[in-house]
Design a binder for this molecule. Structure first.
Ligand code: NDP
Length: 330
C-alpha cells in the first residue's frame, strides 16, 4: 500500500489562511493508536467556517480539515478494533487541533472511534454526519428531561439545514408532531417529506423578543441561537424543554428569565465535540433504530473532495439543503 494519501490541507501565511487539495505521507499523520482508511466525510457548518476561515475554527497549522469521517480500520494498537472494522468519528478537535476527515487516511485515538452499527455503511454514516449525531444527542436530551409525544408539538429551527433535517426525521419517526421553522418556505414539500406536520416562516421567530408569548410548543431543537432561540423559549409551554445546538443566526442569546421562572422551561445545551464515548455509542445505536434513512434519501447529495472548497462558503450562506456526503477518494 502506498504511504501517500490525499487531503484538504489548511495552511496559514501572512496573507491569511488557505485551503487546498494536496498529497501527504503516512509520516504526516497525527498521533493516535488507530489508522483508518477514510472513505467518506461530510460537510458541516463548522467545516464551512474552517475552510473559509470565517471563524477561527482551525487552531493549529498546517491542518487537515474535516470534523468527522467514516471508513475502515487499517491497523490498530487498540484491542477494541481490528483491521476491516467499520468506524465513525466525530469531533474531539478533529479539523480544529488534530488532523481531520477530509483525507483518505486518518490516525486517531481508539477512544474517539465508534463502531458503526451494522445497519450503516460509511456512506450512510456520513449522510447522518456530525449534524445527525448532534440531532440525536438533542432528542436524547429532550427525552432525559421528560419530553414525550403526548406533551405537544416540537419545534425544529434551521429546519432545512443538516441538524434540522435529521431532527425532523427522527422526531417524526418517534411519533412527535413536528413544527419546522425555515427561511426557505419553498422547501415545504421537502420538510413535510421528512415528517414535519407544520412549516412556519423563520421570520416569525427572528425579530424582537418579548419575555413571554403564547405557548406554541412543548419543546424545541434549535440550531439557530440569538433572537430566534429567545423567541422559541418565550413560546415554549409550561414545563417544556429546549435543546440548544447551534448559532446559525448568532452566538448571543437576548432572552428574559420569564420562561424559566414563570413556566418552568428548561434550556439544555448540546455539545457533540467532547461528548463522552458511551453517550456517542448510544446515539449511533439510536440512529440505527430511530432514523428512517430511506425517507431521508432526498435530503442527501454527494460531492467529491474538491467540491468541498466551493460548498464551504455556500453552507455559511444557508444555501446547502440537508446533508452532503463527501467521497474523499474522488
Ligand atoms: P446548516 O447550515 O446545514 O443549517 C443551518 C440552518 O440554519 C440553515 O439551513 C438555515 O435553515 C438556518 N439559518 C441559517 N442562517 C440563519 C439565520 N441568519 N437566521 C435564522 N436561521 C438561519 O448547518 P448545520 O445543520 O450543520 O448546523 C447548524 C448549527 O448547529 C450551526 O450553528 C453549527 O455550528 C451547530 N452545530 C453544533 C453542534 C454541537 O455540537 N453543538 C454540532 C453540529 C452543528 P433554513 O434555511 O431552514 O432557515
Amino acid at each position: 500500500m502506498s504511504d501517500k494519501f490525499r487531503c484538504i490541507l489548511i495552511t496559514k501565511s501572512e496573507s491569511g489562511q488557505t485551503a487546498a487539495i494536496t498529497e501527504l505521507h503516512d509520516s504526516d499523520l497525527a498521533e493516535g493508536d488507530v489508522t483508518v482508511g477514510v472513505t467518506h466525510s461530510t460537510l458541516n457548518y463548522k467545516d464551512g467556517l474552517a475552510i473559509t476561515g470565517a471563524a477561527p475554527v482551525v487552531r493549529k497549522f498546517p491542518l487537515i480539515a474535516g470534523i468527522d469521517f467514516a471508513g475502515y480500520v487499517l491497523c490498530s494498537a487498540d484491542e477494541r478494533f481490528l483491521p476491516g472494522d467499520a468506524v465513525v468519528a466525530n469531533g474531539w478537535g478533529m479539523g480544529e487541533t488534530h488532523h481531520g476527515g477530509y483525507a483518505t487516511r486518518a490516525r486517531v485515538k481508539g477512544e474517539w472511534l465508534v463502531p458503526l452499527p451494522r445497519t450503516f455503511g460509511p456512506s450512510e454514516a456520513m449522510a447522518i454526519g456530525t449534524a445527525g449525531y448532534t440531532s440525536m444527542l438533542a432528542v436524547m436530551k429532550l427525552e432525559d428531561l421528560g419530553l414525550t409525544p403526548d406533551k405537544g408539538p416540537i419545534l425544529v429551527t434551521g429546519a432545512a439545514g443538516g441538524v434540522g433535517s435529521v431532527a425532523i426525521a427522527i422526531l417524526s419517526k418517534l411519533g412527535y408532531r413536528v413544527i419546522a421553522a425555515t427561511g426557505r418556505m419553498n422547501e415545504g414539500a421537502y420538510l413535510r417529506g421528512l415528517g414535519a406536520t407544520d412549516v412556519i416562516d423563520r421570520a416569525e421567530l427572528s425579530g424582537d423578543v418579548r419575555p413571554l408569548a403564547k405557548e406554541r410548543w412543548a419543546g424545541a431543537i434549535d440550531s439557530v441561537g440569538s433572537k430566534t432561540l429567545a423567541n422559541v423559549l418565550a413560546a415554549t409551554s409550561y414545563g417544556g424543554v429546549v435543546a440548544a445546538c447551534g448559532l446559525a443566526q448568532g452566538m448571543d442569546l437576548p432572552t428574559f428569565v420569564a420562561p424559566f421562572i414563570l413556566r418552568g422551561v428548561t434550556l439544555a445545551g448540546i455539545d457533540s465535540v467532547q461528548c463522552p464515548r458511551p453517550r456517542r455509542v448510544q446515539a449511533w445505536e439510536r440512529l440505527a433504530r430511530d432514523l428512517d434513512l430511506a425517507k431521508f434519501g432526498p435530503a442527501i447529495t454527494t460531492a467529491r473532495l474538491s467540491d468541498v472548497l466551493t460548498l464551504a462558503p455556500q453552507i455559511l450562506k444557508g444555501q446547502v439543503r440537508g446533508r452532503v456526503v463527501v467521497n474523499v477518494g474522488t
